[in-house]
Design a protein around this ligand. Structure first.
Ligand code: GDP
Ligand code: MG
Length: 417
């Protein structure tokens, strides 16, 4: 071998060595899932808890958060559509999420011949309730609550389970852990594990690290919606509600990281309409005291329209056609608008996307009124906080028919650094 070739060989070996050396701290992956009964908007809240957890983990080791595909929560009613295993990009701006913590769609999670392997599944559960015990952060391995285990071991010694309705995912181990604490309470445990890919199931058991602080809001601000949904909402605002970011004074930078706290808290920002979220279905029976009749809702909406001096109302609702016809009748003095997608639009946006378009339109209104304890309404309030609306225009809710006291929503105000 010539001296030159020997030198090149040496150089190559050094390059390989250095590249290998970088792998000393291998990439680790956090996957998660939520109680199947939980709806879309609570799931978005659980995402924030996991994203903040991964952000803290990343200060110690390189971790990536794997985005759990969406599968038909029971509220998605377009049964003719396949609404299983929906990737996040259908609803959210992945690049924007990535600017808070590294995220990966499940289909991009490393696999072998289209088989995905998770090293460890940890099913979180609550500690048994003990009267008079002081609250302290704690976690320990426990026996699985029979009712909460969705996993089984097959003959190949691998665990199968729901896994977001994918058949080609398995886990090497499944254990249950009782947790009383914050998502970040799990950090020492997660760091200590040797497993490369860990999944937390029932992740909603873990609480927010610090609900409502600057970091929470940074994660929340990174949850920008998919561009086509934003555009559909903007088109609707323009053509039906005389509303645009320019005329409403709600222009925002493309990158949430360069967003600044809005200082114009005038009551006149937003489009010239009232945004209403009228949650019906299970809320009508489940929370009868706190949810108004259609007639009472109409009276409350009318009052608000008068107060803000607007003649238009945008109604987002999961109510029946009959309920909405009744509402329109009772609001005959006002122009009532709903987002009524064509068949093609539903196919394109899916039920989840349609709901998001309605949320965006509500969030841009001069004033918003939501439904008591609906996470769908909460997410609209947050969106309005991010845009810097006056809190008096945001934290309002429809009151039950006989609820004279009618407590208004807590004002979870945005925090910027
Ligand atoms: N399109 C549309 N869907 C809604 C509306 N309100 C509720 N839904 C649907 O019902 C689900 C409600 O569940 P969830 O997100 O858990 O919110 P919550 O139950 O109100 O706290 C939403 O995810 C939507 O699919 C609405 O105003 N418009
Ligand atoms: Mg729900």
């Amino acid at each position: 071998m010539s001296a030159r070739n020997a030198f090149l060989l040496l150089l190559m070996l050094i390059v390989i060595f250095v590249a290998e050396g970088k792998d000393d701290t291998p990439q680790r992956f956090l996957l998660y899932d939520v109680n199947p009964g939980e709806g879309f908007n609570l799931r978005r809240d659980v995402y924030l808890r996991m994203a903040v957890l991964v952000s803290h983990l990343n200060a110690l080791q390189p971790w990536t958060l794997v985005l759990p595909p969406w599968s038909s929560p029971y509220h998605w009613r377009s049964n003719h559509l396949d609404q299983e295993r929906i990737p996040w990009f259908k609803f959210f701006d992945i690049q924007s999420l990535n600017k808070f913590v590294p995220v990966l769609e499940l289909h991009d999670f490393p696999n072998k011949n289209k088989h995905w392997k998770i090293d460890e599944v940890i099913i979180l559960q609550h500690f048994d309730f003990q009267e008079n015990s002081l609250w302290e952060e704690k976690l320990e391995y426990v026996e699985c609550n029979e009712s909460e285990i969705y996993y089984w071991k097959e003959q190949d010694n691998k665990w199968r389970g729901r896994f977001w309705n994918y058949a080609n995912i398995s886990a090497s181990s499944v254990r249950c852990m009782a947790l009383q604490g914050l998502a970040t309470t799990l950090i020492p445990f997660l760091i200590e594990q040797k497993a490369k890919a860990i999944m937390l199931d029932r992740a909603e058991v873990a609480l927010h690290h610090a609900f409502g602080d600057v970091e929470y809001w940074a994660a929340r601000r990174s949850m920008r919606f998919a561009r086509n949904l934003v555009e559909a909402a903007h088109l609707f605002r323009k053509s039906h509600l005389n509303s645009s970011n320019e005329s409403d004074n709600t222009v925002r930078p493309n990158d949430w990281k360069s967003e600044e706290q809005q200082v114009d808290l005038s009551l006149n920002r937003g489009g010239p309409y009232i945004g209403v979220h009228l949650r019906r279905k299970d809320f009508v029976t489940g929370r009868a005291k706190d949810v108004p009749s259609i007639n009472s809702a109409a009276k409350q909406i009318e009052k608000l329209a008068k107060k803000f001096d607007v003649g238009k109302v945008f109604v987002a609702s999961d109510g029946t056609d009959k309920e909405l016809i009744e509402l329109r009748k009772a609001l005959s003095h006002l122009m009532v608008h709903q987002f009524q997608p064509t068949k093609e639009e539903v196919e394109l946006y899916l039920d989840g996307g349609v709901a998001i378009i309605e949320q965006i339109i509500c969030s841009h209104a001069r004033a918003f009124i939501g439904t008591y304890e609906s996470t769908f309404s909460f997410r609209i309030q947050e969106e309005r906080e991010i845009m810097g609306f006056h809190p008096d225009t945001t934290f309002q809710r429809l009151c039950g028919d006989d609820d004279v006291a009618c407590e208004q929503p807590s004002r979870w105000r945005i925090q910027f650094d």
